[in-house]
Write a protein that binds this ligand. Structure first.
Ligand SMILES: [Fe+2]
Ligand SMILES: [Fe+2]
Length: 143
C-alpha cells in the first residue's frame, strides 16, 4: 500500500490549513495501519475530520469572496467516495479501503498544490487572514 507521509513540500503557507492538512495525512496513515477490526473507526475519524477540513476551506472561500464551485465540488465528491467505501467495507469489501488509501494520497497532493494553493494565493491577494475553524485534533496524530 502506497502511503502518503507528511512532507514539508505539502505546506501551503497558511498555518490553519497546514495544521488541518497534517492531521488529514496523519489520519490517512492511521487508516492504512488499522487492523480490520479498527478500520471502521479509523474511517469514521477520517470522515469526521474531512467534513470539518472541507467546511473550513469553504467558509474561507465565502468570507474572502472567491471560491470556484469546482473546489467545493471536488470536496463533495471525495467525501462521497470515502462514505461509499465505508458502506461497502461494512458489507465485506475490505479491500476497497486499501484502494481508497492508495488513491487519497495522490489526490491530496494534487488538490493541495492546485485548488488549496489557489485559495491561499487569493486570500493573500485580498489581505484575508483565515482563522482556524477546526479545533486541533485530540490525541496524537502520527506525522
Ligand atoms: Fe485542504
Ligand atoms: Fe480543498
Amino acid at each position: 500500500m502506497a502511503l502518503l507521509n507528511w512532507d514539508d513540500r505539502l505546506l501551503v503557507g497558511v498555518e490553519p490549513m497546514d495544521q488541518t492538512h497534517r492531521e488529514f495525512v496523519g489520519l490517512l496513515g492511521e487508516l492504512a495501519r488499522a487492523a480490520e477490526a479498527d478500520t471502521i473507526s479509523a474511517l469514521d475519524r477520517l470522515i469526521e475530520h474531512t467534513v470539518l477540513h472541507f467546511r473550513q476551506e469553504e467558509e474561507w472561500m465565502v468570507d474572502s469572496g472567491w471560491g470556484p464551485p469546482c473546489h467545493a465540488g471536488e470536496h463533495h465528491q471525495v467525501l462521497e467516495i470515502i462514505r461509499t467505501v465505508r458502506t461497502r467495507a461494512l458489507a465485506g469489501e475490505w479491500k476497497l479501503v486499501g484502494v481508497l488509501v492508495n488513491e487519497l494520497g495522490p489526490w491530496f497532493e494534487h488538490h493541495a498544490s492546485t485548488m488549496d494553493s489557489a485559495l491561499v494565493a487569493h486570500m493573500a491577494n485580498v489581505g484575508y487572514q483565515p482563522q482556524a475553524l477546526v479545533a486541533p485534533l485530540a490525541g496524537a496524530v502520527p506525522a
